[in-house]
Write a new protein. Structure first.
Length: 297
């Protein structure tokens, strides 16, 4: 009887330790996501106190990309730009981070007040920022993109991925090989869009929890909403990847490039896109899609 009690106690202790270790793994990833959200909020706070120009120069990586309308070096752009009055404000409502904790992104609503905090907002939209851990361990953003709208849309409730895969850390991958994989997937995605139509392609490559951002419409959250948005535009959508990057753990990556949309006899629409790819249950899926047309000349 005594041995049975000891055995029972040992089993309970082992289960408790196992649960504790699992909870630690989950909490580490959640902490990384929360840390990235806090970094985004610090960025927004710096814009309110120091001005947009100085805030961007403080938080952007040396090789960080902005779109004006095509991709350019953001550090150079903001260094050459003179400070201007007005308040650009934003708030993250969704964030994710790779298992290795070195790559992540946030998105949410933005507003612009031309005369500062006491002024009424005159412009709205959704922002999207990709962050990457630098060699010194600090977070800097490497890509910033957004879309505009005539009115605000998004809620201010902060969310993280719900149906996440195992949160345990993965071993490091060959980064160059990982980038090649992402580029190949992107090319296959684009080819399917041309051959079988955008709706079919997005149905094959989108994650169930995907988010789409487009000009002048509310964000599409979830695959069904995203497919409705894509299907609403009749025409041929094609795109070409310019660059790609991937996390050290090989579970989160992104691409950006240019797209073209043709519909009937109308002039073709050109612009830039950004896709975030995430490995879910062993398969790569697009969890974030942003397409924004270039301004008409």
């Amino acid at each position: 009887m005594k041995r049975a009690r000891l055995l029972t106690g040992s089993i309970c202790f082992a289960l408790a330790i196992g649960s504790f270790v699992f909870a630690q793994k989950v909490s580490v990833r959640k902490q990384n996501r929360q840390a990235l959200v806090q970094m985004e909020r610090d960025f927004a706070r710096a814009a309110a106190t120091k001005g947009t120009r100085d805030a961007f120069l403080e938080f952007i990586a040396d090789d960080g990309i902005l779109f004006q309308p095509g991709p350019i070096n953001g550090k150079k752009f903001w260094t050459e730009r003179q400070p201007r009055k007005g308040l650009l404000s934003w708030e993250p409502i969704f964030a994710d981070v790779s298992r290795s904790g070195d790559l992540g992104y946030t998105t949410g609503p933005w507003e612009f007040r031309p005369n500062g905090a006491d002024d009424k907002p005159v412009a709205f939209g959704q922002y999207f920022t990709i962050w990457k851990k630098q060699s010194d361990g600090s977070w800097k953003f490497v890509l910033d993109r957004g879309v505009g709208s005539e009115k605000p849309f998004a809620t201010k409730i902060l969310l993280f991925p719900l149906n996440d895969e195992d949160s345990a850390a993965l071993g490091k991958i060959d980064i160059e090989a990982g980038r090649s994989i992402i580029k190949k997937l992107e090319a296959e995605f684009a080819e399917r869009s041309v051959k079988k139509g955008a709706a079919d392609a997005f149905d094959s490559y989108l994650a169930e929890d995907a988010r789409l951002l487009r000009e002048n419409v509310a964000p599409a959250v979830g695959k069904n909403a995203a497919l409705s948005m894509v299907s609403a535009r009749l025409g041929t959508l094609s795109w070409q990847v310019t660059a790609a990057d991937i996390s050290a753990s090989g579970d989160l990556g992104y691409t950006y490039g240019v797209f073209e949309f043709k519909s009937g006899s109308a002039a073709a629409e050109h612009g830039s896109y950004v896709h975030v790819w995430k490995k879910q249950n062993g398969q790569w899926k697009v969890v974030m899609d942003i397409m924004s047309p270039d301004p008409q000349k």
